[in-house]
Design a binder for this molecule. Structure first.
Ligand code: AP5
Ligand code: MG
Length: 208
């Protein structure tokens, strides 16, 4: 299965991707996670990406597309993959068309005005990436792996506002792009995490 997860910042791409990867054994590729890993390791790509991530802007297409193209050549992608956070504009979608023929683009549909609270309240495990929210997570170490739970540097009110604008201007048009190709399916991302996942499973089982 070659899958793309589409959705606004905070739509629940990472949350659902972790569950999909576990249930279907499919390789999860998050460009945001790749940039943050590079940043942590102080690589040139990480340092370059930081300037854009901190401003809530997209990292330049040539950097991002090169990373994805290389990643898709790895052995664990041979049977399929799930892209999370890529493509994010039409140029990246056209680049992906040349790299691979995706089976399905799953759009997690949300009300954009609800996302500020989701993102400013999000906490993530620095070790395994598990996502939490302050409304249901009392604090302390990660419940999954015991790692340190932190707030992402781009989850401040100012940067989230910019990320949401970038989404509306550059990423939202991809819904139409993939609908026109007959590859789009949508799930209601305003339901609970378990309910969204149940919808996702229905869609994926239908194409499997
Ligand atoms: P990236 O890391 O991809 O961030 P994003 O797209 O802004 O999305 P998020 O990770 O913030 O949200 P998510 O949809 O994964 O939500 P989550 O599941 O965590 O990108 C970061 C930056 O990297 C970009 O701004 C850009 O600079 C750069 N970048 C990355 N890819 C790029 C590309 N292709 N091109 C150029 N630049 C790129 O959930 C959010 C919160 O909500 C959590 O607290 C979670 O617990 C909660 N939650 C989830 N689902 C639900 C639900 N159903 N109900 C209630 N709460 C929920
Ligand atoms: Mg994410």
């Amino acid at each position: 299965m070659k899958l793309v997860l589409l959705g606004a910042p905070g739509a629940g791409k990472g949350t659902q991707a972790a569950r999909i990867a576990e249930k279907y054994g499919i390789t999860h590729i998050s460009t945001g996670d790749i940039f943050r890993k590079n940043l942590k390791e102080g690589t040139p790509v990480g340092l370059k990406a930081k300037a854009y991530i901190d401003k809530g802007q997209l990292v330049p297409d040539e950097v991002t597309c090169e990373i994805v193209a290389e990643r898709l050549k790895e052995a664990d992608c041979r049977k399929g993959f799930m892209l999370d956070g890529f493509p994010r504009n039409v140029m990246q979608a056209e680049a992906l068309d040349k790299m691979s023929d995706v089976d399905l683009v799953l759009n997690i549909a949300v009300e954009l005005d609800k996302l500020m609270a989701r993102l400013t309240g999000r906490r993530v495990c620095a070790k395994c990436g598990e996502s939490y929210h302050v409304s249901t997570f009392a604090g302390g170490p990660c419940l999954k792996c015991g790692g340190e739970v932190i707030q992402r540097a781009d989850d401040t009110e100012e940067t989230v506002g910019k990320r949401l604008r970038v989404y509306t201007e550059q990423t939202q048009p991809l819904i139409e792009y993939y609908a026109a190709k007959g590859k789009l399916a949508s799930v209601d991302g305003m339901k609970s995490i378990d309910e969204v996942f149940a919808e996702v499973v229905r869609v994926l089982d239908a194409i499997a």
